[in-house]
Design a protein around this ligand. Structure first.
Ligand SMILES: *Cc1c(COP(=O)(O)O)cnc(C)c1O
Length: 389
């Protein structure tokens, strides 16, 4: 037995033990260097051990790390104001993960509807999309529109969710005849489902249909948010304004943090006692998040360019196993043919490039947002060599 045999095998782990990270480079226990195109699944948005991030985390840990949400804390207040400013939302609830952020948003839209239309109105169904991913806790898992992959073995599931095809305006319009709906939840770019950006026309129409029927629009930006797609939030790039926005992964640069932002319609729905968390909003994570926003502010305008650069270079490689490359900003998916995506990820890892699988046949890149052109070139050289075999 090794130490690792005591960890439940819920992940098919690659046979690598990372011990150190600097910027966009990772190092394993043999000293081997890797280029990071994964960011710990979109989390290490400012790379590894960024000096400003380290300083912010250490200074806050040495001052005050946690007091609970029964009191005010300065980093939490400052972060709340900044997040509302960059999202144009009215209020935020801090949590510790993506799934928790989704759970909070689900509670909010249900309470909004039940308050306004009555608890007996039965107006509490949330529509989500085929291929979506919203997390692993029971309500977030129920919301996830991939029953084959995620819904086996765990029944009973929560009532109050219905799934419709993505990018299909007429199915969404047809839902308007039903009186049981309180919200629509979607990811602007479906991440785990295979890096599928939704059509701008679909999102704009969805916003309109939601407004017309008084369904709240929840945009799950756990993966797309905090600069990943080149805007602070992906919905901004689509020119829509949701009622609720979830975020997590990239917000605190490697510490567990997340939350949901609420707009005009829903920001006063939750009152004292309606929702809570012991750790959510802890000071160290808030200080980390503030440093992430500060580091990313000057970098934000370069993110789309970097993504387009990668797309152009991969297309120019003309690799026979690459069917398509798609995505937004530094959230990119390469649809593969002739090689299983998990095998491609394993081969790349062996060759020194850390990448991710997504969906059933997609190689996913979520590099740190601070990545340089030189580092992109070095990573893509490995990709070209490995995928041309
Ligand atoms: C990762 C992810 C989640 C779940 O986040 P956890 O932190 O793993 O709970 C939810 N929604 C989306 C869109 C995600 O990408």
């Amino acid at each position: 037995m090794t130490n690792y045999d005591y960890i439940l095998p819920t992940y098919p782990r690659y046979p690598v033990t990372f011990v150190k990270g600097v910027g966009c480079k990772l190092y394993d226990d043999s000293g081997k260097e890797y280029i990071d195109f994964a960011s710990g699944i979109g989390v290490n948005s400012v790379g590894h051990s960024h000096p400003k991030w380290v300083e912010a985390v250490c200074a806050q840990a040495a001052t005050l790390s946690h007091v609970s949400n029964l009191y005010y804390t300065q980093p939490g207040g400052e972060l709340a104001k900044k997040l509302c400013a960059i999202s144009d939302m009215k209020g935020v609830f801090f949590s510790n993960s993506g799934a928790e952020s989704v759970e909070g948003a689900i509670k909010t839209v249900r309470k909004y509807s039940n308050n306004k239309y009555g608890d007996d109105a039965g107006r509490n169904t949330i529509i989500t999309l085929h291929g979506s991913f919203h997390g692993r806790t029971m309500a977030a898992l129920t919301a996830t529109g991939q029953p084959e992959k995620f819904h086996k073995h765990f029944h009973p599931f929560m009532p109050g969710f219905r799934y419709i095809p993505a990018n299909d305006i007429s199915t969404l319009e047809a839902e308007a005849k039903n009186t049981d709906i309180c919200a629509l939840m979607l990811e602007p770019v479906q991440g785990e489902g295979g890096v599928m950006p939704l059509d701008a026309k679909y999102l704009q129409k969805a916003e309109e249909i939601c407004a017309k029927n008084d369904w709240l629009l929840i945009v799950d930006e756990v993966q797309t948010g905090i600069g990943r797609t080149g805007d602070w939030f992906a919905y901004q790039g689509y020119g829509i304004k949701p009622d609720a926005v979830t975020f997590a992964k990239g917000i605190a640069g490697g510490l567990p943090y997340g939350g949901f932002l609420l707009g005009e319609k829903a920001h006063s729905v939750l009152g004292a006692g309606d929702h809570g968390t012991t750790y959510g909003g802890n000071l160290v994570c808030a200080a980390a998040a503030l440093s992430v926003l500060e580091i990313l502010t000057p970098i934000l305008p370069t993110i789309k360019e970097k993504g387009e650069y990668i797309i152009k270079k991969v297309k120019a490689m003309n690799l026979p196993c690459v069917k398509e490359i798609r995505g937004k900003g530094l959230m990119l998916g390469i649809k593969l043919e002739g090689i299983p995506h998990t095998e491609a990820v394993a081969n790349l890892l062996k060759a020194g490039l850390v990448a991710l699988p997504a969906g059933t046949d997609v190689l996913r890149f979520l590099p740190p947002l601070i990545i340089t052109t030189e580092e992109i070139d070095a990573g893509l050289a490995i990709l070209q060599k490995e995928l041309s075999r």
